[in-house]
Design a protein. Structure first.
Length: 350
């Protein structure tokens, strides 16, 4: 079968590898339909590492995906503990927790110390034709959701977890630094939670226009200093919640400066240099509550409901589509932020 493997920084190759063997107990074989390119995939592509995790051997990237179940192993049940049948369209949670450790037992599977994750070394991802996964990772999706939308339920789950951490209330003011797909999904979910106003900061004008379409007061840091603008807009108070969803060198420190005294700071973005920097005096004197968003938890069913009901819009995020064999070109375009790109999906066709 075709696969797309990373051999080193910006060295992405389309290669043939063996198709996975038949699924074992609790497993299913999935024919991948659509994969979204995530910011963390771009980290791996550009540096052959993400944070302190280095790609040490050829690695299949990709973790946002949907597909069709082709084969079912014995005793395979889906994420809602229902039997899985061949032919079922599914959105797939790339995280595979052990469900046995202390953190899993406490209801935090996203913090599992034994967790496996698609596309994160050493676990291969979904930029392949077929992939074998635990049935428990699979969430059936209705026909109302297309393959691309089903693939984007994973980043929507991250956005839901970020807003859960923020503990937003009706009328809370929010600043979001970063209007990539995650930032734009956080914007939509924050609006649903009743946040108002919402400020969105991003250097790319086409992303700001998209944010404005979803009700944000959006502006570019290239045109004005973002902290000063937010403080002016809030008459010096700052926002109730500041959410960092970018890769910027200064964005965490800026988010802390934007937050009000007693406010909350939620960190979602993954810095390229694996460092988190902000002024201790700012966080201390303001008494900020600082939370880091580790993937998602307990979010898929909510994500499916929001997308199916039209409360969150996934399809407008997709600006570019490529075939699996064109994946290296897709990553090259995405890494340059060329052609007004927001979200790229890789489509597998029979």
């Amino acid at each position: 079968m075709l696969s797309v493997r990373l051999h080193g920084p910006r060295d992405l190759r389309v290669e043939r590898v063996p198709k996975p063997p038949p699924p074992g107990p609790g497993e299913v074989l999935i024919r991948v339909s659509a994969t979204g390119i995530c910011g963390s995939d771009l980290h791996s592509y550009e540096d052959a590492r993400i944070g302190d995790t280095e790609v040490k051997s050829p690695l299949v990237l990709g973790h946002e995906f949907s597909g069709v179940v082709e084969e079912v192993g014995p005793d395979a049940f889906d994420g809602s503990n229902q039997p899985i049948r061949p032919g079922t369209r599914v959105a797939v949670d790339p995280a595979q927790p052990c469900y046995r450790c202390e953190l899993c037992q406490r209801g935090h599977p996203n913090l599992c110390t034994q967790l496996k994750f698609c596309g994160n070394h050493p676990d291969d991802g979904c930029l392949v034709e077929w992939i074998k996964m635990p049935g428990r990772s699979c969430h059936p999706v209705p026909d109302a959701l297309g393959d691309e939308e089903a693939a984007l339920l994973e980043p929507l789950g991250v956005a839901l977890h970020a807003v859960d951490l923020a503990r937003l209330r009706v009328g809370h003011s929010v600043a979001i630094i970063g209007a990539g797909p995650i930032g734009l999904l956080i914007l939509q979910v924050a609006r649903l939670a009743g946040a108002n106003p919402i400020y969105v900061i991003d250097p790319l004008e086409w992303r700001l226009k998209m944010a404005e379409g979803w009700g944000a007061l959006a502006f570019s840091p290239k045109n004005e200093e973002p902290v000063g603008r937010v403080l002016r807009e809030t008459k010096g108070r700052g926002v109730d919640v500041a959410i960092e969803a970018a890769w910027g060198d200064k964005s965490v420190a800026q988010a802390a400066e934007m937050a009000r005294f007693g406010g909350r700071l939620v960190l979602v973005g993954i810095p390229r240099d694996d460092r988190l920097e902000l002024k201790h005096s700012t966080a201390r004197r303001k008494g900020l509550t600082i939370l880091l968003c580790r993937r998602m938890k307990h979010a898929y069913q909510r994500a499916i409901g929001l997308a199916c009901n039209g409360q969150v819009h996934l399809k407008p995020l997709v600006t570019h589509r490529f075939r699996l064999e064109e994946t290296p070109s897709a990553f090259e375009l995405n890494a340059r932020y060329a052609d007004n790109v927001v979200k790229i999906t890789i489509l597998n066709r029979s």
